[in-house]
Design a protein around this ligand. Structure first.
Ligand code: HEM
Length: 473
């Protein structure tokens, strides 16, 4: 049958293809297999079969919401579950009442107007980063991803719940952040192990520590909800959207535990992703000086030396293309999972006009990072950084499956589905502000891009230097 047409590398007895997926950066191992075996490959690891795809066409097909839907992995589910309630990101399926209630209640809060109103706070936090780099001067070896993580974390906390982590001048992160980082790294370490190994390690000490960290995150999130209830404000942030917002379908208010689970979700989903995007964007500009020049020229033309406002955003078209092209080459969430929908009456679904087939219990990991470099769509120079291909007209003509960094369908990233996206406004504003304020260079001109994969990807050991531009003090 057509499912048997899916190529599968020969494996070892019992452990199967475990050796094929060993790499410091797990997605690189899968990408290599897709290079060898074609756009779809089947692996068997400790008796469990997993499918992987890596072409724009197959990705587009799997994004067909009538046939397929998102399957959340255990890692994501446990990360964003608190007090027995599921946060949006980790909800097992769109049939879960928790997901439905939070989705309906929160969508309006991510609408264009609400996000534009957050511009001032986003700008406030980004200006603190500019001040830090200006004060430390060009002798400061900027740890790019760390400083961008401080930026995005402080931004989401301020915009979501009017809370200031004030991370820029602290080496020790806030206890919530420490707990979150601990949970994130422990779960991505565990994800690298096969399910069998995980089952064999129930005594693993890290499990207890992770439970403590998760309890601490929950406690802090619940305190924030309580604090807001006893100190009500009119502020239009995400916390108020949840505390005051009624489900448009049922008229119900969100219970506190569900609000806390989603607070955690926003902080987890909202910081590493955007910080990785900004880090890779800087790296791409520095490694491709002609694109750096164009981006800076655009900033100088649109902003001059003046203060940026939300109105400027739509004129920063090249910066926009730089961000899109960055997410094409290095989607910070490099893969997502799809399977046959529960309400799909067919137990088998054909792909590529019947060339391949999937069964109901198949989970397909879609390697967005690979589909984004599909030479059929992007040509022979698919691996090169060329923002021009992402300027609006060219972008609109792309096959839909050729650019999916925010996931797809109803489970796509909440900041992307609803009009003017939170992360986009944040990243565009920060990049423009930085190019307006500084001249940057790589700390080590021979730096070769090195990727670190946790739940997201980011450049590793990437340092740069910043010098204030003329006329700025
Ligand atoms: C879901 C990417 C920023 C909140 C997702 C998914 C992707 C993604 C790929 C779907 C995952 C899947 O199918 O399994 C990104 C990228 C970002 C970004 C690349 C930045 C460049 C943010 C921010 C927030 C956020 C800033 C919070 C304010 C969420 C939530 C979901 C989600 C709540 C779950 C949606 C649902 O299932 O209903 N994101 N994200 N993301 N993201 Fe983002």
């Amino acid at each position: 049958d057509a499912r048997n047409n899916i190529p599968s590398p020969p494996g070892l007895p019992c452990v199967g293809n475990i050796l094929d997926v060993q790499d410091e950066v797990p997605i690189h191992a899968i990408e290599r297999l897709l290079d060898t075996y074609g756009p779809i490959v089947k692996l068997r690891i400790f008796g469990n079969e997993r499918l992987f795809i890596g072409s724009a066409e197959l990705l587009e097909e799997l994004c067909d919401e009538r046939r397929f839907w998102k399957t959340a992995g255990d890692g994501a589910a446990s990360l964003t579950t608190a007090g027995g309630r599921s946060g949006l990101f980790g909800a097992k399926s769109e049939e879960e009442p928790d997901w439905q209630q939070a989705h309906r209640t929160l969508m309006p809060a991510f609408g264009p107007l609400s996000i534009q109103q957050m511009f001032g706070e986003m700008h406030d936090v980004a200006s603190q980063l500019v001040l830090k780099w200006a004060r430390l001067g060009s002798n400061y070896r900027i740890p790019v991803t760390e400083d961008f993580t401080r930026l995005t974390l402080d931004t989401i906390a301020l915009c979501a719940m009017d809370y200031r982590f004030n991370s820029f001048y602290q080496d020790e992160m806030h206890p919530f952040v420490q707990a979150m980082n601990h949970t994130l790294s422990a779960s991505s370490d565990r994800l690298k192990l096969g399910p069998l190994v995980r089952k064999m390690m129930p005594w693993d000490k890290s499990v207890e520590k992770v439970q403590q960290s998760r309890a601490l995150m929950r406690e802090i999130a619940e305190q924030l909800v309580q604090h807001r209830r006893s100190n009500p404000t009119e502020k239009r942030d995400l916390l108020n959207a949840m505390v005051k917002g009624k489900d448009p379908k049922t008229g119900e208010l969100m219970p506190d535990a569900l609000i806390a689970a989603n607070m955690i979700t926003f902080l987890v989903a909202g910081h590493e992703t955007t910080s990785g995007l900004l880090s890779f964007a800087m790296l791409n500009l520095l490694k491709n000086p002609e694109t750096y020049f164009k981006a800076q020229q655009e900033v100088d033309k649109v902003l001059g030396r003046g203060k940026m406002t939300v109105e400027h955003m739509k004129s920063l078209t090249y910066i926009n293309a730089v961000l899109r092209e960055t997410l094409r080459l290095t989607p910070t969430v490099p893969a997502f999972s799809r399977s046959i929908r529960n309400d799909n009456p067919h137990d088998v679904e054909q792909l590529s006009n019947g060339k391949y087939a999937l069964r109901r219990d198949d989970k397909v990991l879609c390697l967005v990072s690979k589909a984004h470099r599909d030479p059929k769509v992007y040509g022979e120079d698919a691996n090169e950084f060329k923002p021009e291909r992402m300027l609006e007209d060219n972008f609109q003509r792309l096959l839909k499956g050729a650019w999916k960094p925010f996931g797809t369908g109803v489970r796509a990233c909440i900041v992307y589905t609803s009009g003017r996206p939170f992360a986009w406004q944040e990243a565009q504003m920060a990049l423009a502000l930085l190019l307006q304020s500084f001249n940057f260079k790589l700390d080590d001109p021979s730096y070769q891009t090195k990727i670190k994969q946790t739940l997201t990807i980011k450049p590793d050991e990437f340092y740069m230097r910043a010098t204030l531009r003329d006329g700025l003090t």
